[in-house]
Design a protein around this ligand. Structure first.
Ligand SMILES: Nc1ncnc2c1ncn2[C@@H]1O[C@H](COP(=O)(O)OP(=O)(O)OP(=O)(O)O)[C@@H](O)[C@H]1O
Ligand SMILES: [Mg+2]
Length: 130
């Protein structure tokens, strides 16, 4: 089974999380800019004409498609890399994925998801070495 992890993080944490994910063998991912708010509804700022509410705060969204047995480790890695303990640290959403296709080769599913030296290939070589 394949899953998608969608993590919404603080912009300044992107290098930390990218490095931590690389360490555990996550190879393919994509990042996009998003704006939004969580349960505080944004933040209040004080301007010259008084306080005002900024309700769409900039964040980065990281998408990773991966085998479901790697989901927990990847979530732990993201939380450790981006967590500050303060409000606004972000959210992680996990979705089921129907299909994966590598356009160049036409490979599908697990074949399309594998990259040389990635988290799955490392596990396979660890098992083979036992
Ligand atoms: N329910 C949601 N659906 C979609 N995106 C969300 C949701 N909640 C938060 N986000 C996104 O995550 C970003 C960060 O959310 P945030 O960390 O403030 O969540 P929170 O639930 O308010 O937690 P905290 O109390 O720690 O602030 C938001 O700016 C928004 O982009
Ligand atoms: Mg919040």
């Amino acid at each position: 089974m394949t899953k998608k992890i969608e993590a919404i993080i603080r912009e300044e944490k992107i290098d930390d999380v990218k490095n931590a994910l690389k360490e555990i063998g996550i190879v393919g991912l994509n990042v996009s800019k998003v704006r939004g708010h969580g349960r505080q509804g944004g933040i209040s700022l004080v301007g010259r004409s008084g306080p005002y509410q900024v309700d769409m705060l900039p964040r980065l969204q990281i998408n990773i498609i991966l085998s479901d047995h790697n989901v927990d480790k990847t979530i732990d890695t993201i939380c450790t890399a981006v967590g500050t303990g303060s409000i606004g640290d972000g959210m992680i959403f996990v979705f089921p994925v129907e299909e994966v296709i590598r356009i160049r080769t036409g490979e599908r599913g697990y074949e399309a998801l594998m990259y040389p030296g990635d988290i799955d290939v490392r596990q396979e070589s660890a098992v083979a070495a036992d």
